[in-house]
Design a protein around this ligand. Structure first.
Ligand SMILES: Cc1cc2nc3c(=O)[nH]c(=O)nc-3n(C[C@H](O)[C@H](O)[C@H](O)COP(=O)(O)OP(=O)(O)OC[C@H]3O[C@@H](n4cnc5c(N)ncnc54)[C@H](O)[C@@H]3O)c2cc1C
Ligand code: FES
Ligand code: FES
Length: 1338
């Protein structure tokens, strides 16, 4: 029996599952068996938090109920025996009562696409079940394991903060500067405006949190827990048996009987391994009910913690010890605590056990290196009795002599107290501060002879630099007896680099970085010990220790995790605007509350349709090869497998000649789709793909890198070029010339909802209904039509909402839709296709990596006279959008600068990688990084500051762009000046310089970046839009338009428009979905222009309707809306209208290099300040100020959300998101573990966003502007702040700048750029002598 508890629709729902399958996870059980689809699938590996639910259990040791968050995708249902599970549906509903967490996250605008929202809600809810008024630190900790790709986290945190102890809407009170205090010395126009708002929601309107309303722990489960059954429970699945003994004796007996069977605790190690390796353990032993494994014993010399304790419990136990014992005894505990704060997210820490962590022996383990140096001992037990094993390298390397015997289990871990003159420290460096596996982790411990600096004992242990945790025994041995001083440090580094060696080809790559960290960490330890000794000197004054100069002290501090603060400013609506008119007001996202309760239906939440089949794609494992044979026989014989769809099954066109839906004869990249299995269930389909045998013959050439593509002249389309002035002549007249290179890595969309589609064939006339997560349903419809060879009018595509798109759901969904449609037609049954995260990342491509070369000529005063940029993007194996991306890149390269002599050239390279595609910003974020890098290069050469060069070369007056489109830069300059002003840029520049003078190991950097972003598609036909508005006889209004709801709030904005036009409250209106049957021939919702053009169409439809109603209204001015509609119906006036917008004129003549490609520009500026740790490459974002020209925002909450979300996404592009490819062209980064999008702890500590007031644009709907993409590039302000800090370090170290810029500025890049004695020490490899683990493709 499995006790599950949730709340919908009954107050508490008991679930009895007598045939629980050990292979079924809670996530699948909730979604499929219970039809509770609020809990989402986004990664399946515990790395994103979308599937977070709360588990409540009675803890036999403390006799209390424990509530904790978990990721349902890793929890086998069998592990939940006797547990209560609360899902998002259980805590509130829009139909009954909303939980305050749900209400506040929605009303604080903390939801955009809403796919992450249920997970966020459940993390916050669990926190509140444990702490009614949490601290901010607890809030950050609770949300650290939840990813959001849309919002930029700030509003989510703002909603959580309303529950916190220090909750206050004044976000700068802590710093003493009140955000509402807009006057004062601030002279900017923003602050002078009296009509500036800073509130996006009204906290006072929120319902209070009432703990008496919460669910109680089911009494039945409590009774069970208090009188635990001792008998062994067994659950048999098809392939796996789950055995859960009730006593330790039984467990040991079972372990003796099944020595190969693993113990399953948190399943956070076993689960992902079974999934990725397809490994099946026929028997799993669950010790969850064995209380002996959860015991904690405190003795006078140490602490024994049960192996079954979760890491979260271990954290609490250690924290208690630290508060109880003197500091000298808790050195090891403190070190463990430090890492327990950043190890994974809260959910994983709640699930993962200490025993599982130790026994898993992951090479990246954060805790094992500390436990090793802390001399921890493993207490193991079997039927034979107990014994102790030292937790040392031999054990961690899995040496049989030092390991557990197969019949033994780990009962507990003993961690001794430290003693006086003993110092223990922990270090780790990962791609980002939190929720990321460490590149290198380390535990270090030294014992000095009492009151001296002589080393008595030394232990150094490293993770991440070998197959297991590695100890540097030899080095430590040789250092015993040495004084703790500089010569010892020097010698230690030399010895360490010899002993902890890492080959150039080591898995995981980043080899030189890791080598550097090995010694950098030791240097930090060296300083930390000296610092501690300084404190002790007061007690024992007999010895003098080396002094650390103040400038070097900065090596010691770690960057703390702080919740972001900030202000959002926008212009309030005119005081004369009618209260009913919602335009310009921060209206909540229409689906916000449904997102928060899990009631918003996404594609895969649609219930199974009768006779539905599941489809899984089979992809190429070769980068360029001929397909010799495909053997489907074994797969077809498996139970449940219905068919395998190949290219031969396609009745119509198989995609384009050079971009096939299903491969024929030849494959062009790893990840290319070859065929697709359809089976009764997803599990059966996934098992079948393993059995398909494809043989290949390798073909030449195989090209992955831009460099190779250039060498092979492998391009997807002709060069795009723009030129003005006389570049050659200008270069001859300038004072100086610099040449440089810029490499920008690609980016994965990482929309939280992976690609999914459901195709339902109808019985009549070859009709098909397609439910698809797409930005472009008309494209899906068209592609399916040509693939099936049936007219478009038989196919209806429906899009209710999309869980994030960012460009990745413009082109690709048509491929999945078409393949699924072939399957549906062939089998005559509905097909569901839901990509796993791994497949989605492998197959779909992303942002184009870029390589750019520039030559810039300038005068000594910084005036740029000539700029020549040539860039190449890695397009992958097919054309897709690469030609347009190249065009946009070239058109937008000049950014905000007027340079008389310019030449921009761009080409898209054809390589054997998955095809890259549209991504927010469409080339602009990559290309413009070259332009801005030129600016910093010029500044460095002129000895001026980059902001001076930027200002000097910016457009100043009405002018023409390189493609001769006229524009006025007035708003650009206003944004720039406001940003300088609002960020107090100049005074902070001085403070940064002061800081840098005083600190050698930490450097600050600051940068301000202007932006001119062109909106739209560069083609008039792509700017057309249509809408269909019906008024029904009860007065309710149904609005339909051609835009898709991707989270950007387009439906909310459209109802705001309709509400203004019809002069009717939004409550009368509804949008059901986007459908090709209601509004045909739509354009992709992209290019920042969706709300703009569809708004015009909705306006047009509403105006037509109002015009028809006018005579009736005139006749009965005192009547109600309902009266008028009734009268109109009586008078046979049509209450349905199509609105149409013909589109903004836009054209570009590439022959002439002239045109008016864009309807308008969005201007903006961002200033960011960071601090870097030169020893580790880590950085902290101190502050960001953004000024964005939204003109008259239709909805400031939504627009600020777009700015913040795209900024954080841009920041990810430029700092943490790194795609790694093998030398064979296989993408390694296929999930949140390997690919790091920003988490909540990456948001700048102070994050201010202002929409520029009093700006007008007559062209657009109510003078608003589209802000979907532009903020992305402003994320580069963080990149340039980092490079500014690195430049300060390099200057101090006399390193000559080489003008090679690499994005993202990962810790690896930063650390290696800040060269010092440690980077000089490390061995360097000759790249010709080994095959690297990964290759750079940009
Ligand atoms: C998303 C994610 C992020 C992570 N991030 C980090 C990180 O930042 N740093 C880090 O160090 N780790 C990280 N981890 C790894 C995590 O710490 C380990 O997976 C976890 O500690 C394993 O514990 P478990 O209880 O889940 O083990 P399980 O998966 O249940 O078991 C793992 C293994 O241990 C054995 N075992 C368990 N208990 C016993 C016992 N008592 N006696 C004998 N054998 C036993 C099992 O037989 C099994 O082979 C992360 C994991 C995930 C999923
Ligand atoms: S889906 Fe479970 S954590 Fe991502
Ligand atoms: S709102 Fe968080 S992922 Fe879309």
């Amino acid at each position: 029996m499995l006790g599950l508890c949730h709340l919908l629709p009954e107050p508490c729902h008991k679930v009895i599952e007598r045939n629980a399958d050990p292979e079924v996870t809670l996530l699948n059980f909730l979604r499929k068996n219970l039809r509770l689809t609020g809990t989402k699938y986004a990664c399946g590996r515990g790395g994103c938090g979308a599937c977070t639910v709360m588990v409540s259990k009675h803890d036999p040791v403390s006799a209390k109920i424990r509530h904790f968050s978990i990721t349902a995708c890793l929890v086998p249902i069998c592990s939940l025996y006797g547990a209560a599970v609360t899902t998002v549906e259980g805590i509130g509903s829009i139909n009954t009562r909303l939980h305050p967490v749900q209400e506040r996250i929605a009303r604080s605008h903390g939801t955009q696409c809403g796919f992450c929202t249920p997970g966020m809600v459940m993390s916050m809810y669990t926190l509140l079940r444990n702490h009614l008024q949490p601290s901010e630190e607890q809030l950050m900790e609770a949300l650290g394991g939840n990813l959001c790709r849309c919002t930029g986290y700030r509003p989510i945190l703002a909603s959580g903060r309303t529950f916190c102890v220090e909750s206050t809407d004044c976000q700068k009170k802590r710093t003493g500067k009140c955000c509402l205090d807009l006057g004062g010395n601030d002279s900017s126009s923003l602050s002078r405006e009296s009509d500036i708002c800073t509130d996006l929601f009204v906290e006072e309107e929120f319902q209070p949190l009432d703990p008496t309303q919460e669910l109680i722990f089911p009494p039945e489960l409590l009774r069970m827990a208090k009188n635990p059954e001792k008998q062994t429970l067994t659950f048999h699945g098809e392939r796996v048996t789950w055995i859960s003994p009730g006593t330790l004796k039984d467990l040991l007996e079972l372990k003796a009987k099944h020595p190969e069977a693993p113990l399953i605790l948190g399943n956070t190690s076993l689960g992902p391994a079974m999934k990725s390796q397809g490994r099946v353990h026929p028997i799993l032993l669950s010790p969850a009910r064995i209380s002996e494994l959860s015991m904690v014993f405190k003795t006078s010399d140490g602490l024994t913690i049960g192996a079954g304790c979760s890491l979260a419990q271990v954290k609490d136990i250690l924290a208690e010890q630290v508060s109880e014992l003197p500091e000298e005894k808790t050195q090891t505990y403190r070190a463990l605590l430090k890492h327990l704060k950043s190890l994974a997210g809260q959910q994983i820490r709640n699930m993962a056990s200490l025993g599982g962590h130790v026994i898993s022996r992951h090479c990246y383990s954060d805790l094992n290196p500390i436990l090793v140096v802390g001399n921890a001992t493993l207490n193991v037990i079997s039927e034979e009795g107990t014994r102790q094993i030292p937790l040392n390298d031999h054990f961690l390397a899995g040496l049989a002599s030092a390991d557990l015997k197969p019949e033994e289990i780990l009962e507990s871990v003993y961690i001794p107290h430290s003693q006086k003159w003993e110092f223990v420290s922990a270090f780790r460096q990962a791609q980002c501060q939190q929720n990321a596996l460490a590149d290198v982790s380390a535990g270090m411990r030294v014992i000095l002879e009492e009151a001296t600096d002589t080393i008595k004992e030394l232990s150094l242990s490293y993770g991440g630099v070998g197959e297991s945790t590695i100890g540097a025994h030899k080095s430590c041995q040789q250092l015993i007896g040495r004084p703790w001083n500089e010569p010892m440090l020097e010698e230690a580094c030399r010895l360490l680099l010899e002993e902890v060696s890492l080959p150039g080809w080591a898995p995981g790559g980043r080899v030189e970085f890791k080598r550097t960290l090995v010694v950098s960490f030791f240097f930090k330890f060296y300083l930390e010990v000296l610092q501690e000794l300084k404190k002790l000197v007061k007690v024992s004054d007999s010895h003098h220790y080396p002094e650390i100069s103040d400038r070097f002290l900065s090596a010691l501090e770690d960057f703390p995790v702080t919740g972001p603060r900030g202000v959002q400013r926008y212009q309030s609506v005119d005081s004369h605007q009618s209260l009913q008119d919602p335009v310009g007001r921060p209206i909540m996202h229409l689906s916000g509350l449904k997102h928060a309760t899990g009631e918003a239906i996404f594609c895969d939440d649609i219930p199974m349709v009768d006779r539905e089949l599941f489809m899984v794609l089979v992809t190429s494992t070769k980068a360029h090869a001929k397909i010799i044979s495909i053997d489907l026989s074994e797969a077809l014989e498996l139970p449940g497998v219905v068919d395998v769809i190949t290219a031969e099954d396609i009745p119509g066109t198989n995609g384009a000649e050079d971009d096939k839906l299903l491969a024929v004869d030849e494959v062009l990249c790893v990840g290319q789709i070859i065929c697709a299995v359809v089976a009764e269930t997803d599990v059966q389909a996934k098992r079948a793909i393993e059995k398909i045998k494809i043989t290949y013959k390798d073909l030449e050439p195989i090209i992955f890198t831009i460099n190779d593509a250039i060498k092979h002249n492998s391009f997807l389309c002709p060069e795009k070029k723009l030129e003005q002035g006389n570049i050659e002549e200008a270069f001859e007249k300038v004072d100086q010339i610099v040449e440089g290179e810029v490499h920008v890595g690609g980016q994965e969309h990482f929309y939280m909802e992976t690609q999914r589609v459901i195709v339902i064939p109808k019985a009549e006339d070859k009709e098909l209904d397609i439910y698809v997560s797409t930005q472009d349903p008309a494209h899906v419809q068209k592609t399916v039509s040509s693939t099936l060879n049936i007219p478009i009018n038989r196919i209806t595509c429906h899009v209710k909402r999309v869980g994030g798109g960012f460009g990745g759901k413009v082109g690709r969904p048509a491929v999945f839709g078409a393949i699924a449609a072939v399957g549906a037609i062939k089998t005559g049954r509905p097909i569901r296709l839901v990509l796993d995260r791994e497949d989605d990342m492998l197959i779909t491509g992303g942002r184009h990596p870029l390589f750019g070369k520039y030559k810039v000529g300038f005068m000594n005063n910084g005036r740029i006279k000539a700029l020549d940029i040539e860039c190449f993007i890695n397009g992958g194996c097919t054309l897709d959008d690469s030609e347009q991306v190249t065009e946009f890149l070239i058109l937008k390269l000049e950014n905000a600068y007027k340079i008389r002599n310019l030449r921009f050239r761009g080409r898209a390279c054809m390589t054997n990688l998955p095809s890259n595609t549209a991504f927010r910003g469409f080339g602009f974020p990559q290309g413009t990084l070259i332009t801005e890098s030129c600016i910093t290069a010029v500044a460095a050469k002129c000895g001026l500051l980059p902001e001076e060069i930027r200002e000097k070369n910016m457009y100043k007056t009405i002018d023409k762009t390189i493609y001769k489109q006229a524009f006025s830069p007035e708003t650009l300059i206003r944004c720039w000046n406001e940003c300088l002003d609002k960020s107090s840029f100049h005074s902070r520049r001085i403070q940064v310089e002061e800081f840098n003078k005083k600190n050698y190991w930490k450097k600050k950097g600051i940068a301000i970046i202007p932006m001119k972003f062109s909106v739209g598609f560069a083609a008039t036909s792509y700017h057309q839009a249509a809408a269909l508005v019906h008024i029904y006889t009860d007065g309710s209004v149904l609005v339909t338009h051609g835009g898709n709801e991707l989270g950007q709030g387009i439906h909310t904005k459209m109802l705001q428009v309709a509400s203004r036009e019809l002069k009717l409250p939004m409550s009368y209106m509804h949008i059901c979905e986007t459908s090709t049957a209601t509004v045909p021939n739509t354009i992709a919702t992209a290019a920042s222009i969706g709300s703009d053009v569809n708004g015009k169409a909705v306006q047009n439809a509403c105006q037509i309707l109002l015009k028809r109603l006018e005579p009736i209204i005139k006749k009965n001015p005192g009547g109600t809306w309902e009266d008028w509609i009734e009268a109109a119906f009586e008078q046979r006036i049509s209450l349905s209208a199509t609105g149409y917008f013909r589109g903004y004129k836009a054209d570009m003549d590439w022959e002439k290099g002239e045109g008016d490609p864009f309807p308008y520009y969005v201007y903006g500026a961002a200033c960011s300040e960071v601090e870097i740790d030169c020893l580790t490459g880590a950085h902290k974002k101190i502050r960001t100020d953004i000024i964005m020209d939204a003109c008259c925002s239709l909805n400031p909450a939504i627009d600020i959300g777009q700015v913040e979300g795209s900024f954080i996404q841009g920041m990810g592009l430029y700092t943490t998101e790194e795609l790694k490819y093998s030398p064979e062209g296989v993408l390694y980064s296929r999930g949140p573990d390997e690919y790091k999008i920003p988490t909540i702890t990456d948001v700048p500590e102070e994050f201010n966003v202002s929409l520029l007031p009093s700006s007008q644009t007559p062209l657009t709907i109510y003078s608003s502007k589209g802000l979907g993409e532009s903020g992305m590039f402003l994320g580069s302000s963080v990149f340039f702040a980092i490079t500014d800090a690195v430049a300060a370090a390099c200057k101090e170290r006399d390193i000559v700048e080489d003008f090679i810029v690499k994005s993202p500025a990962t810790p690896e890049q930063v650390r290696m750029a800040c060269a010092d004695r440690f980077t000089e020490m490390i061995p360097r490899d000759d790249p010709q002598t080994f095959k690297p683990w990964s290759i750079p493709i940009a």
